[in-house]
Design a protein around this ligand. Structure first.
Ligand SMILES: CC(C)(COP(=O)(O)OP(=O)(O)OC[C@H]1O[C@@H](n2cnc3c(N)ncnc32)[C@H](O)[C@@H]1OP(=O)(O)O)[C@@H](O)C(=O)NCCC(=O)NCCS
Length: 172
């Protein structure tokens, strides 16, 4: 697969990750927010026609080169240092700029095959590169549920104080 910035050419309608709010956001909001600079969405699509063919042979016959396999969105945000994990509070001033990983989702029928991990790694790399030009202390995520929170925690995200679905990964 390859990762691209979302455009109107990507097929957003067929995407289903099993969480309707995320499907609808991709379909209806992602491009609008992008046009206004509110967030940037990146999508994973098959690398080329050969990969589409491999998917077809594996039974995924609705996939084309513009089909979205998964996506995530990044935006800027501020958080209060007091809300972070207790061991981080002293590191920062009262309010800090962060990069918000707003949404991360993989097509239901491709979940559990390592795509989520790849997209998360790409989101972290992009966030860190952007933070070399515009300050951002870490990546903040609002997990949809405890399973999603565990997914992020497994990759080093730290649970915020008294908010088990909010997690933070220091970048520096
Ligand atoms: C959460 C999600 C993005 C993970 O993507 P994925 O491609 O299924 O995950 P991967 O195959 O890369 O799995 C990576 C690791 O996370 C674990 N994992 C995957 N989904 C998980 C879940 N729902 N809960 C807990 N752990 C999970 C896997 O076991 C794997 O661990 P391992 O490397 O030790 O085997 C995907 O399941 C998804 O889109 N879910 C629906 C939307 C959603 O809830 N998004 C989160 C919004 S906050």
């Amino acid at each position: 697969m390859k990762l691209q910035a979302l455009t109107g050419n990507h097929v957003r309608n067929g995407f289903d990750c099993g969480v309707e709010a995320l499907n609808i956001w991709l379909r209806q909001t992602a491009l609008q927010h992008q046009a206004k600079g509110i967030s940037r969405t990146f999508v994973a699509v098959p690398s080329n026609a050969e990969e589409v063919e491999r998917y077809r042979l594996a039974g995924y016959d609705d996939l084309g080169e513009a089909s979205i396999l998964g996506f995530f969105a990044l935006a800027s945000a501020f958080v209060l240092a007091d809300d972070l994990a207790p061991e981080l509070v002293k590191r920062y001033p009262r309010q800090i700029p962060v990069t918000r990983l707003g949404r991360l989702a993989i097509r239901s029928d491709l979940q559990g095959q390592g795509l989520g991990r790849l997209l998360l790694a790409d989101a972290v790399t992009r966030s860190r590169n952007a933070a070399l030009s515009v300050g951002s202390a870490g990546i903040f995520v609002d997990a949809k549920n405890s399973a999603a929170a565990k997914f992020y925690a497994d990759y080093g995200f730290m649970v915020c104080k008294e908010q088990p679905l909010k997690l933070y990964l220091p970048m520096w």
